[in-house]
Design a protein around this ligand. Structure first.
Ligand code: ARG
Length: 463
C-alpha cells in the first residue's frame, strides 16, 4: 500500500475500493512539475524565515530538483497507487532524504497546495492557448487580406442578402478570435494569485512570508482571505467559460466550412490532408475535422456545466467535491488545444473558389438594396424606392432574369427616375466597393483591417 499522509488517527486500512475512489493521481499527475516548483518555493521561504534549518531546506530543494529531473528523464515513474501527486512527491522525497522530507509540509496543507498547483498549471495552459488562438487569428487575417476583393453573397437567415467579400466575412471570425484572446488574458489576471499560506483553511501560526513564495513562483498577488484562497475555483470556471465561448466560435465557423464545402455551395475545397473519405461511397470527401470541432464544442460546454454544478452549494472552505475540478478543466483545455491546432492549418491550406462565390452572388437579387439606394440618390424617399424595387424583383422573377439584365424600359415602367447609369450602380463590384463605411466590405477597407488585425496581434494590444 502506498504512503498515506493522514495515517495516525486511523486504526485500519481504508477499503481498497474507497482508496481508488478517493484517488486523483490518474488525472492530477500531470501537475507534477507545478507541484515540485510550488514545494521548492515553499521550502526556500521556510528556510529564509528560519522555520526550517538551512540544511533541511537545502536538502529538500536538492531532493525535489532531483525528483523532477528523474520524472522528466523517465527514470522515476509516478506511482498510480499514490493518492494524488502531492502525496507521491512528498513520499518520494522522504524516501530519498529521510526526516528533512517530512518537514516540507510545515505550514502547508494539501488544500492550499492543490489550489496553487492548479493555478500554476492553468496559467501555463492559458499562455499556450493564447498562442494557438493568436496563430489561428493570424491565418484568418492573412486569408482575409488575400481575398479582400473576392465577391460573395452575405447571408441572413441563410438566404442571400447583400454582396460582401470573402475577406470581409473572414474578418468577422478574426474579430471573434480577438475577443477570445481578450478573455484569455483577462482570466489569467485573476489566476495569477498565490493561495500558498492559506493552509487547510485558517492560515497558519508559522511566520510565513507569503509574498516571497508568490514572488518566487512568478505570481502577481496573494489570496487575501485564507478561506477563499483554498476554496476558490473561479479561475478554472473562467477558463472553461472563455474556452466555451471560443469553442462556440469555432463551432459556428466549422458549420460554415462544412456548408462551403458542400456541392450546394462549393465556395471552398479543403486540402486532402484535412479531409476524409467514405468506406462505401467512392466520391465522398468529408469535412470531418470541421464536424469534430463543431461537435467538441458540446463537450467543453459540458466541462463548464459539470464544474459549475460541482461548485454549486459547496459550503466554505475546501470540500472533496473540488477534486472534480481537474478532469473538467483539463478536458476543456485539452480539447481546445486539439481544435485550435487542427483548425488553423485546415484554414491555411483550404482552396478558395472565387468563381463559385461570384456565381452565387449573381443570383438571388442581392443588389436589390443598392437598386433602391439608386432611386434614393435620385431623390425618392427610401420607402418608395424599396417598394419600386420590390416590383422590379417580382418582374425579374416573372421573366426569369436578373436586375442586371432587365431592360431599361422595364425599369422605367416602374419608375421614371431610372436611367442607364443604374446598371453600373447595381453591379456587384460597385455594390461592394461603395460600402466604404467603417466596418464595411469594400476591398480597401478589408485590406486595411486585415493589416490592422495583424498589427494588433503582433503588439498584443488586441483587446
Ligand atoms: N487530491 C485533492 C484534490 O485534488 C487534494 C486535496 C486534498 N485535501 C484534502 N483535504 N483531502 O482536491
Amino acid at each position: 500500500m502506498a504512503l498515506k499522509l493522514w495515517a495516525g488517527r486511523f486504526s485500519k486500512e481504508v477499503d481498497s475500493k474507497v482508496n481508488d475512489f478517493n484517488s486523483s493521481i490518474s488525472f492530477d499527475s500531470r501537475m507534477y512539475r507545478e507541484d515540485i516548483e510550488g514545494s521548492i518555493a515553499h521550502a526556500t521561504m521556510l528556510g529564509e524565515q528560519g522555520i526550517l534549518s538551512d540544511g533541511d531546506a537545502m536538502q529538500i530543494i536538492a531532493g525535489l530538483k532531483q525528483i523532477l529531473a528523474d520524472i522528466e528523464a523517465g527514470t522515476l515513474a509516478i506511482d498510480p497507487q499514490a493518492e494524488d501527486i502531492h502525496t507521491f512527491v512528498e513520499g518520494e522525497l522522504t524516501a530519498r532524504i529521510g526526516d528533512a522530507g517530512k518537514r516540507l509540509h510545515t505550514g502547508r496543507s494539501r488544500n492550499d497546495q492543490v489550489a496553487l498547483d492548479l493555478r500554476l498549471y492553468l496559467k501555463k495552459q492559458v499562455d499556450l492557448l493564447y498562442g494557438e488562438t493568436k496563430a489561428l487569428c493570424e491565418v484568418v487575417a492573412k486569408q482575409a487580406d488575400a481575398y479582400a476583393d473576392t465577391v460573395m453573397p452575405g447571408y441572413t437567415h441563410l438566404q442571400r442578402a447583400q454582396p460582401i467579400t470573402f475577406g470581409h466575412h473572414l474578418l468577422a471570425w478574426g474579430e471573434m478570435l480577438l475577443r477570445d484572446l481578450g478573455r484569455l488574458q483577462d482570466c489569467k489576471k485573476r489566476m495569477d494569485c498565490s493561495p500558498l499560506g492559506c493552509g487547510a483553511l485558517a492560515g497558519t501560526t508559522y511566520p510565513l512570508n507569503r509574498e516571497r513564495t508568490a514572488d518566487l513562483l512568478g505570481l502577481a498577488a496573494v489570496a487575501r482571505n485564507s478561506l477563499d484562497g483554498v476554496s476558490d475555483r473561479d479561475y478554472a470556471l473562467e477558463l472553461c467559460s472563455a474556452l466555451s465561448i471560443l469553442m462556440m466560435h469555432l463551432s459556428r465557423f466549422s458549420e460554415e466550412i462544412i456548408l462551403w464545402c458542400s456541392w450546394e455551395f462549393k465556395f471552398i475545397e479543403l486540402d486532402d490532408a484535412y479531409s476524409t473519405g467514405s468506406s462505401i461511397m467512392p466520391q465522398k470527401k468529408n469535412p470531418d475535422v470541421a464536424e469534430l470541432v463543431r461537435g467538441k464544442a458540446g463537450r467543453v460546454y459540458g466541462d463548464l456545466m459539470g464544474l459549475l454544478t460541482a461548485m454549486k452549494g459547496l459550503p466554505l472552505a475546501y470540500n472533496k467535491d473540488m477534486q472534480e475540478d481537474k478532469e473538467a478543466v483539463f478536458d476543456a483545455v485539452d480539447t481546445a488545444h486539439l481544435c485550435l491546432t487542427t483548425f488553423a492549418p485546415m484554414l491555411a491550406t483550404m482552396k478558395v473558389l472565387p468563381q463559385n462565390m461570384r456565381k452565387a452572388a449573381a443570383g438571388g437579387f442581392i443588389n436589390a438594396t443598392d437598386c433602391a439606394d439608386y432611386l434614393v440618390s435620385k431623390g425618392l424617399p427610401f420607402r418608395d424606392a424599396y417598394k419600386a424595387t420590390g416590383s422590379l424583383v417580382a418582374r425579374c422573377i416573372e421573366l426569369g432574369t436578373t436586375l442586371e439584365a432587365l431592360p431599361l424600359e422595364e425599369y422605367r415602367a416602374v419608375c421614371d427616375r431610372f436611367d442607364s447609369d443604374v446598371y453600373d450602380f447595381i453591379s456587384l463590384d460597385t455594390c461592394v466597393s461603395q460600402r466604404k463605411v467603417l466596418g464595411g466590405p469594400a476591398p480597401e477597407n478589408v485590406k486595411a483591417q486585415a493589416q490592422a488585425m495583424l498589427e494588433r496581434l503582433k503588439e498584443g494590444t488586441a483587446l
